[in-house]
Design a binder for this molecule. Structure first.
Ligand SMILES: C[S@@+](CC[C@H](N)C(=O)[O-])C[C@H]1O[C@@H](n2cnc3c(N)ncnc32)[C@H](O)[C@@H]1O
Length: 224
């Protein structure tokens, strides 16, 4: 793990409580207005029986899926968030770092019809993790990624590289989080290198905003 990648996961250990409060009080407007609904519809649209929520955080999506009788399993690298997800819902939730998952060191089940990652792929080295997720999909399965829209997040610097989120404007005590900015072609290359082909791409928008609120990618394992 690079220094930035370990600082990234450490920041979640530090920010877990403040994150749980932010999500559960509904203070992130783009989530309330656009992106929660966007990922939920993208997942439900595939009519999966069994879903893995990768980087599930405090588990809001697990609960939304369980409410719709979908068998959902979560995994996240922060123990406080996992505990909160377990306490608030009924889905099984594993604690594992992405590095451990990439090396298949932890058994989180397999034969998922869908694996989703909602704003959860923030590190540079995503290809080994996505490759490992590919092997956990059932035939006909899909990967659904929602992430920051590269055009919206670029802030005039459209090239791959580490950035910093300071959580300015959020209530509570936050530690800055390094995250890896990826251009659109970099996302598509990573999917390709991990053995996926793009099935669809969406740019969820709010009618009162001139910029997309996220990028949503649906990918399927490449057939040999
Ligand atoms: C922005 S939060 C998103 C959480 C959730 N998907 C949601 O929609 O609320 C990013 C999540 O990725 C997890 N994460 C980041 N780096 C990780 C790593 N290296 N291994 C495991 N989990 C990681 C964090 O613990 C955190 O829960």
């Amino acid at each position: 793990m690079s220094a930035s990648e370990s600082t990234l996961l450490d920041s979640w250990h530090h920010n877990a409580r403040a994150w749980i409060d932010a999500i559960r009080s509904g203070t992130i407007e783009s989530r309330q207005k656009v992106t929660d609904q966007a990922i939920l519809l993208a997942v439900l649209g595939r009519q999966p029986e069994r879903v893995l929520d990768l980087g599930c955080g405090e588990g809001w999506l697990l609960r939304a899926l369980a409410d719709r009788a979908i068998d959902a399993v979560g995994v996240d690298g922060d123990a406080t968030l996992v505990e909160a997800a377990r306490a608030a819902g009924t889905s099984p939730v594993h604690v594992a770092s992405y590095e451990a998952l990439a090396e298949a060191q932890v058994d989180i089940g397999r034969d998922y019809n869908l694996i989703c990652a909602n704003f959860a792929l923030l590190q540079q080295d995503i290809i080994p993790l996505l490759g490992a997720m590919n092997t956990l999909l059932a035939p006909g399965g899909a990967l659904v990624i929602q992430t920051l829209h590269p055009w919206t997040a670029a802030a005039g610097d459209y090239q791959d590289g580490w950035r910093e989120e300071t959580f300015a404007g959020f209530k509570g005590q936050w530690q800055p989080m390094p995250w890896y900015f990826r251009t659109l072609s970099s996302w598509l290359n990573a999917l390709d290198m991990a053995g996926f082909t793009l099935a669809s791409l969406q740019e969820p928008q709010h009618p009162q905003s001139p910029v997309p609120q996220s990028l949503l990618l649906v990918a399927e394992p490449r057939r040999l």
